[in-house]
Design a protein around this ligand. Structure first.
Ligand SMILES: [Zn+2]
Length: 233
């Protein structure tokens, strides 16, 4: 597949994932934000608890504010319901478009925090997807070379099996390369321990290599790029 087609596939897949997350959430989040804004921008008034109704609901009478004298009901949390006595004064938002209903200021504040938290989580997921798209897209188009090269003339490198010229390239590693002598126990090979310079703590190691595709033989050099040893440049 051509790099451009791969890029197109990557961005189509990323766009589909973004749409899969964003489209179903857009409606509910917009309504939640709209409700929060309506409550947030409404006048704050003081109301007295006149009755504790079932299901964590208060009956309140507004005692100070534009709706003084009016009675409304408000839902709350179990903790606030249990801690509040009849006759106590609470700050409420009286919602003109829902006569007889009000929201406790504490509920409005909590809803605001939940909405901002949701926006942050969804935003982070979408940003992560876009970052993944950029990384994948670059990995298919950005020309890359090995970090260092063997001190050898590529034209003179010969396959030690058939003696033919070898193709120059590099090995991008996804895991450390393990080395054992013949007969040595295998132990517990894992990705974070192996030959020097093949463990990818930061980024993916790239080893300068020569390949004979007829014999399926690869010759490569390992070691840390900072090591000043003969046989490398
Ligand atoms: Zn060969």
């Amino acid at each position: 597949m051509a790099p451009r087609s791969k890029q197109l596939c990557i961005w189509l897949a990323i766009s589909a994932l973004v749409a899969l997350i964003a489209i179903p959430l857009w409606g509910p989040m917009r309504i939640a934000w709209h409700c929060y804004q309506l409550h947030e921008n409404a006048a704050r008034e003081q109301a007295e608890v006149v009755e504790k109704l079932p299901n964590e609901t208060f009956a309140l009478r507004v005692i100070d504010g534009p709706h003084v004298g009016e009675v409304c009901t408000a839902d709350t949390s179990v903790a606030i319901y249990d801690a509040t006595e009849i006759g106590e004064s609470l700050e409420v938002v009286y919602v003109a478009w829902k006569p007889g209903e009000c929201e406790l200021s504490s509920t409005v504040e909590a809803s605001g925090w939940i909405i901002w938290f949701m926006v942050a989580v969804i935003g982070s997921i979408l940003a992560g997807l876009i970052a993944l798209g950029v990384t994948l897209s670059r990995s298919f188009t950005l020309p890359v070379n090995p970090k260092r090269r063997m001190r050898a003339d590529p034209a003179e490198i010969r396959c030690h099996v058939c003696g033919e010229a070898m193709e120059e390239g590099y090995l991008p590693l996804v895991s450390a390369i393990q080395w054992r002598e013949i007969g040595e126990p295998i132990g517990l090979p894992h990705a974070l321990k192996g030959l020097a310079g093949t463990v990818g703590w930061r980024g993916r190691p790239r080893l300068h290599a020569f390949r004979c595709s007829a014999c399926e033989v690869v010759s490569f050099q390992y070691g840390k790029p900072s090591d000043d040893r003969p046989g490398q440049r």
